[in-house]
Design a protein around this ligand. Structure first.
Ligand code: FAD
Length: 497
């Protein structure tokens, strides 16, 4: 099945909207009547909504899942082109991400992951291109450079943040961690600028922007330190947990397990292509109205709509002012992720940074059925581009990751591009959550708070792996438990009457 989302480009077919994905659901709805009163309506079929809907259905609740897109997975989904998966959004998983790994072992998928990196053959080097210089180094030297730069950036307390954020799930636990949220990444770089070599500064800035997808000014230093703490306060943990292990057959194979399990209970009703536009909560129930003006009723709702698009929904009564303020600020991540299938086989073992550039970080990520190298490239708000608007520019941004003087740069022939524009996506308006300074210390509790009978759940305000698939599953689990306890309680009350 082909999703409306995403784009491909090849020399023969040019630019085409829509890509094939296992995540597309057909038929798009299994609802026969709108008169049903559900126990819970889950809005959004990303990992958070899928977890909540599945758990509720398994727990015996009558569930309705409403989704604006034609597919499951939200910001994590894969396109399957000729049997090869291209990850359009969330990709990497790790056993240190306990909610994700619980589900991976639950579905017996622990052997279905593979490494993105393969440094066994090919050019086996890292290229660093900046306006000042172009250098090529071994991956060992790449690690030494990044380790040194990140250690200088994170060593705020002589323990690389361990003393300041000892409990990453309660990130503001230590009073000394709170002022870090007033600092931007640029503020912190300015504090340590004298200690950084030009190469350290370039890889540090590129790595920060790879994490935040914003600019150095809009990246909260506290949130960066939160990520660092989640990764065990080390560069090796950072590398292992953030960018190493992915599903061999793509994220959508994982998401399907949640959906199919929920469906098998026969307690899951669903409607895709059904954007919600109005959520109304009364003392006893909720009413959810779609763009096509159909109204659905339930005792409770779990709203998994991301922070950057919540302003498009009308709430009755209006949301509390703290939540409205958080929504007005939003998150800052406008990551551009572009897959390029290139003819040079030696690039499988290549990694590169070209900073600054529209695409500033890339790695060899696989070998396609045609025997070409698949490289995955990242840019963001720093030099933002819409990859579909000018494909020649996108191709130039890919090619300029390579120094033409290098062995690797000589024969880079782009055979295919695959991408999704997350910034223009009406159901996301950005990539993974990343906080600007001040947002979390002021509004994390507001983002997490409920509104009458509507419980809000999303990776954007998870406590641990906030911004990750794991955070979505953490939140879906929490929200379903809260709702299930209430629904079971209400049923108990009804039984006694
Ligand atoms: P979402 O996936 O956003 O789900 C919300 C759902 O609500 C969506 O399906 C959306 O369509 C739906 N929705 C929105 N508005 C409406 C409406 N009005 N009516 C009905 N439905 C609506 N995480 C990792 O762990 N590892 C990674 O490597 C990684 N890389 C990433 C790379 C990119 C490019 C992106 C974009 C994200 C990445 N992430 C990664 C983050 C991860 O994808 C997200 O944090 C996670 O998928 C969020 O899940 P969620 O269910 O909380 O939200």
């Amino acid at each position: 099945m082909t999703s409306r989302d995403g784009f491909t480009w090849t020399p023969s077919d040019g630019l085409k909207p829509g890509v094939p994905s296992l995540g597309v659901i057909s038929p798009s709805s299994n609802i026969s009547s709108t008169q049903v009163e559900y126990d819970v309506i889950v809005i959004g079929a990303g990992y958070c909504g899928l977890t909540a809907a599945r758990n509720a259905a398994l727990d015996g609740l009558k569930v309705l899942l409403l989704e604006g897109r034609d597919r499951i997975g939200g910001r994590s989904w894969s396109s399957n082109i000729g049997g090869y998966p291209f990850e359009m959004g969330g990709t990497w998983v790790h056993w240190g991400q306990s909610n994700s790994w619980r589900e991976i072992t639950r579905y017996r998928m622990e052997k279905d992951v593979e490494m993105s990196f393969d440094f066994a053959k090919g050019v086996k080097h890292f290229e660093l291109n900046t306006p000042e210089s172009s250098v090529t180094m071994t991956h060992d030297d790449e690690d030494i450079l990044l380790d040194s730069a990140l250690k200088k950036f994170t060593n705020i307390d002589g323990f690389y943040g361990r003393k300041t954020i000892p409990l990453p799930y309660t990130t503001f636990h230590q009073p000394s961690s709170i002022p870090l949220d007033s600092l931007s990444a640029l503020d912190r770089i300015n504090e340590i600028a004298d200690t950084l070599s030009p190469q350290e500064r370039a890889v540090l800035e590129a790595s920060i922007l790879l994490a935040s997808g914003g600019t150095l000014e809009t990246t909260s230093f506290h949130e960066f330190m939160h990520w660092w703490a989640m990764c065990g306060y080390t560069y090796q943990g950072w590398l292992d947990m953030l960018i190493t292990w992915k599903f061999r057959d793509g994220q959508s194979t994982f998401a399907r397990r949640f959906f199919d399990e929920a469906l098998a209970t026969k307690r899951l009703s669903y409607a895709f292509n059904t954007p919600v536009q109005h959520i109304s909560t009364s003392p006893s129930a909720v009413e959810i109205t779609s763009r096509s003006n159909t109204t659905y009723r339930a005792l409770r709702a779990i709203c998994t709509i991301p922070l950057n698009v919540l302003s498009d929904i009308k709430f009755t009564p209006p949301l509390p002012t703290g939540k409205q303020a958080a929504i007005a600020i939003g998150h800052v991540n406008q990551t551009v992720k572009v897959h390029a299938e290139v003819s040079n086989k030696d690039l499988r073992s290549w990694t590169g940074i070209n900073y600054p550039n529209e695409l500033h970080y890339a790695i060899g990520d696989g070998t396609t059925p045609a025997g070409n190298t698949h490289i995955v490239c990242f840019g963001g708000q720093n030099r933002h581009m819409d990859p579909e608007v000018d494909v020649d520019r996108t191709k130039r941004a890919v090619s300029s990751l390579f120094n033409p003087g290098n062995y690797a740069g000589q024969n880079v022939q782009i055979e295919r591009l695959v991408f999704h524009n997350w910034s223009k996506d009406e159901f996301a308006k950005g990539a993974w959550f990343f906080a600007p300074p001040g947002l979390l210390s002021e509004h994390l509790d507001d983002m997490r708070g409920r509104h009458g009978n509507v419980v809000f759940a999303n990776s954007d305000w998870a406590l641990g792996w906030r911004s990750f698939i794991d955070g979505a599953i953490e939140e879906g689990t929490r929200a379903e438990l809260e709702v299930r306890e209430e629904v079971v309680g209400l049923r108990g009350v009804k039984q006694k009457l």
